[in-house]
Write a protein that binds this ligand. Sequence first.
Ligand code: Q0N
Length: 286
Amino acid sequence: MPEATHVASGKVRELYALDPDRLLLVASDRISTFDVVLPTEIPDKGRVLTGLSAFWFARTSSVVPNHLLALRPDGRSTECRRLEMLPIECVIRGYLSGSGWKDYRATGAVCGHRLPEGLIESQRLPEPIFTPATKAQTGHDENIDRETAAGLVGADRLAQAERIALALYAHAAAHALEHGIILADTKLEFGLDEEGTLVLGDEAFTPDSSRFWPADEYAPGGTPPSFDKQFVRDYCESLGWDKTAPGPELPDDVVEGTRARYVEAFERLTGVAFDDYLENPDVVVG
Ligand code: Q0N
């Protein structure tokens, strides 16, 4: 891409500068599990996540403006507005899982939210909670309480981000549940435009930024299967891999089964045939 200069790398995405005001976010087909990027790609995974994210941006633009400017014809690249990103991740949890469950078990609270006693792993919370985290450059993001978050972005900005993140989650989780998918939790990232307006950036409500669980297999008291990555996790567990890099190659049946799950999530949530998206990515934003 001679017209773009590389500015940042994520585990599975790359960011390029197009000009002073615009970035290009490119989602690869790489997949990570247990925090390790595997050597085998899942064909079209980046397109599924890009299309899903664009679908949610289009559907929530009346709640909050977002950075989406255009989808490229490759289906995996998003042209977006360059923002001044807030230095926190805005996590919303509707269910008690991952680091939320860990913190609750240790302290009875998550990011300063004292929760009822006796909750079990993956249980639905009485109401969704805002649990901000710091962006760790390397290693794990760290949950922080609202005082710490307010110190990073200001109390008013924090309150605004919390209110909007909760509204976005309520919208997306209700839509997903109607289509058989539990959105257990999600991570949103906001930035400010040149006028100081809060804008939703990054990716939104994808299986990489959220926990997707099949609603028909949900039961609290353990770890529900992942809608997208369960074949990969089960295969990795069957090997007795120690979960340090490098990860194992995936066999064809695990790749194909996983690709099918990503495409299924896309089609259920967007109502768009994935082949139609490949033909013209704009079908998800129209
Ligand atoms: C930005 N990150 C997160 C993907 C994500 N619209 C924006 N404006 C300015 N900065 C960013 C965005 C967005 N989205 C987001 N880093 C910068 C981390 N990455 C790293 C690599 O790829």
